[in-house]
Design a protein around this ligand. Structure first.
Ligand SMILES: CC(C)(COP(=O)(O)OP(=O)(O)OC[C@H]1O[C@@H](n2cnc3c(N)ncnc32)[C@H](O)[C@@H]1OP(=O)(O)O)[C@@H](O)C(=O)NCCC(=O)NCCS
Length: 198
């Protein structure tokens, strides 16, 4: 059973359990620690820059959320008595709607190097699609390095539109309503459906 704080759990591709809970301000120290363990390649892909450490402003942005326009999920991996931090993913709504009047949000995902390639990024994008859709976001629009095959691979699973390469990056757009519909059987979708029908 999920402990307090964990909202749901799903298996990773290697069978280990992934435990999801919203990021809270007290997670700043976990974020600092996680960043220290990231390879330079992962840091570059995630932040488009190589920071020595995350600044207090970045940490505030990542850990202090309103759980509506800005939401982040943290993921731990392992058995209930021996979990370790593995990943976090967040969305942040853009201040202005898109030119065609839709509410859009940026997306950022980080999976620690030693846990990459076992489906955690995919599970994080699922959780963010479901959460964003429930919170009124119409689409994710985000810039990704054109060489980031893993991230583009994950986005393609959800019907992403991928724009032309400009200065080494591409703009990725994921429409949340159709993507969330394909995730109706996900444990988080069921929790949200139960909440609204209660
Ligand atoms: C990009 C990232 C989030 C992907 O998460 P992940 O947990 O490693 O990815 P997954 O295991 O869920 O893989 C999902 C899909 O991506 C594709 N993929 C994964 N690694 C790949 C690689 N090295 N090359 C090509 N495709 C790859 C595959 O299509 C895979 O699907 P499949 O194997 O089920 O067919 C993660 O690798 C990461 O944190 N990288 C560093 C930071 C970053 O790039 N962040 C994204 C920018 S916001």
């Amino acid at each position: 059973m999920a402990e307090p704080g964990f909202v749901f759990s799903v298996p990773a591709r290697d069978g280990r359990l992934l435990w999801f809970r919203p990021v809270v301000p007290a997670d700043r120290s976990l974020l600092v620690e996680g960043y220290r363990h990231l390879s330079d390649d992962s840091r570059l892909k995630r932040f488009n820059a190589l920071y020595e450490e995350l600044t207090s402003e970045q940490l505030r942005f990542l850990a202090e959320l309103d759980y509506h326009d800005r939401y982040a999920w943290g993921v731990m991996i392992g058995p209930a008595d021996d979990r370790e931090g593995a990943a976090m993913g967040r969305y942040a709504r853009y201040r202005n709607p898109t030119a065609d009047g839709f509410i859009a949000a940026d997306l950022g995902i980080t999976v620690l190097d030693k846990f990459q390639g076992i489906g955690i990024g995919t599970e994080l994008v699922k959780a963010l699609i479901i959460t964003g859709h429930a919170n009124g976001i119409d689409r994710f629009v985000t810039q990704v390095l054109a060489r980031n095959d893993a991230m583009l691979g994950v986005f393609r699973l959800f019907g992403a539109e991928i724009g032309p390469v400009e200065l080494g990056t591409v703009e990725v757009t994921v429409e949340l309503a159709p993507a969330a519909e394909t995730l109706a059987d996900h444990p988080l979708s069921k929790l949200i459906a139960g909440y609204w029908s209660a």
